[in-house]
Design a protein. Structure first.
Length: 235
């Protein structure tokens, strides 16, 4: 791949300054995983890149793959989905930023990232849809459970007793049983984790689901707690 011109689709995960006029952009691509590109002269007045990319855009791009470094040279970019409504919906934008940070840390390299890209773009499209206003807690549960499923770490609720007030769930083992880190899991919470948008899902159950996922992610993914805590305060 080194020395080639790569044509692909990418969704912007992060943008960082490189110099006074240049950017480094991290993309999630369906065929190469997370790719970082240098955009020289990105903010110059006559730059061809002005307005062509921003956070959470999905774009067609061409970049020159370099062998010696992980920072490739962006040649061309054309937006496909801009999701401009996110700019006026700051709570949804916070969730989008959290989604991008999770995916950037966890998405695999190569073609295995295709499912991650499909999930992320679908999730961002839903957040940007002004006609869709579900509970933000449900949106968060959808995101974190989706990431866990993609990573092969989704909690197993198959042994849950629906008739019991609660069932012991081993955070360390990822299933309903006794473990070294065991919590009480109510049937309503398990249902909220599995189907957060169901009409029968209550807000207290979603709140319990969010707390459960905080414990589960901290154990299995070692996610930075400050990032999630700050996002929760916003949404």
């Amino acid at each position: 791949m080194a020395g080639e011109i790569i044509k692909t689709t990418g969704t912007v995960l992060a943008i960082h300054p490189w110099s006074r006029t240049s950017h480094v952009v991290a993309w999630l691509t369906p065929d190469h995983g997370v790719v970082s590109t240098l955009v020289k002269g990105a903010v110059r007045a006559k730059s061809a890149f002005l307005g062509q990319y921003d956070l959470f855009y999905t774009c067609d791009l061409l970049y020159y793959a370099r062998a010696s470094v992980d920072l490739h040279a962006l040649r061309e970019v054309t937006p496909r989905a801009m999701r401009e409504t996110l700019r006026g919906r700051w709570r949804e934008t916070s969730l989008a930023g959290y989604a991008a940070s999770l995916v950037r840390d966890l998405a695999p390299p190569g073609a295995e990232s295709a499912a991650w890209h499909d999930f992320l773009t679908g999730y961002l499209d839903a957040l940007a849809d002004p006609s869709s206003i579900p509970s933000l807690s449900a949106r968060l549960v959808e995101l974190e459970m989706g990431v866990l499923r993609l990573a092969g770490l989704a909690p197993d609720f198959s042994a849950l007793d629906p008739a019991a007030e609660w069932t012991p769930f081993a955070i360390d083992l990822g299933r309903c049983c006794q473990g070294t880190r065991t919590v009480r899991l109510a049937p309503a919470t398990a249902a909220a984790l599995s189907t957060p948008y169901a009409p029968s899902t209550t807000q207290p159950a979603l709140a319990d689901a969010v707390r459960f996922l905080g414990l589960f992610l901290a154990y299995h993914l070692e996610t930075p707690p400050d990032v999630r805590r700050a996002m929760l305060k916003i949404v």
